[in-house]
Design a binder for this molecule. Structure first.
Ligand SMILES: [Zn+2]
Ligand SMILES: [Zn+2]
Length: 129
């Protein structure tokens, strides 16, 4: 399957987004741009992008499945007040992984997700109590 207009649009969204995107986020933006993609099509496309190493799935406890552009794996902050997920690019996971792997000889780690929950900058500064 070649590059469809939709897949180019989706890639561009990830290219410009500073935070991970859910399928719901993508649908909303694409609809605003006059597209009406099928949810299943979108999920399949995201799976393909992940398999190709273009995107990575981000797992945050209790949240929807999120995807982001494949950069250095890093931690994420889930804001308990506004539910946004922020990339913690300054907390790269390669700083932990060798350590973790060392403590688990004879086991093979395939993926690792690092997430924190708390309040984002915006919510912290708007707290008035
Ligand atoms: Zn927040
Ligand atoms: Zn991220």
């Amino acid at each position: 399957m070649g590059k469809t207009k939709l897949s180019v649009m989706v890639q561009n969204l990830f290219e410009t987004s500073k935070s991970p995107l859910s399928v719901a986020d993508l649908l909303e933006v694409l609809q605003r741009q006059g597209q009406a993609p099928n949810k299943t099509t979108l999920y399949r496309m995201l799976d393909r992008f992940c398999a190709a190493g273009v995107l990575r799935a981000v797992q945050v406890p209790g949240g929807a499945a999120l995807y982001e552009k494949h950069t250095t794996p890093h931690g994420h902050l889930l804001c308990t007040q506004c539910d946004t997920v922020e990339c913690l690019s300054d907390i790269p996971m390669h700083s932990f992984l060798p350590n973790v792997q060392q403590k688990m000889p004879n086991k093979q780690i395939e993926s690792m997700h690092l997430s924190f929950s708390g309040t984002c900058k915006k919510c912290t500064s708007s707290n008035t109590f």
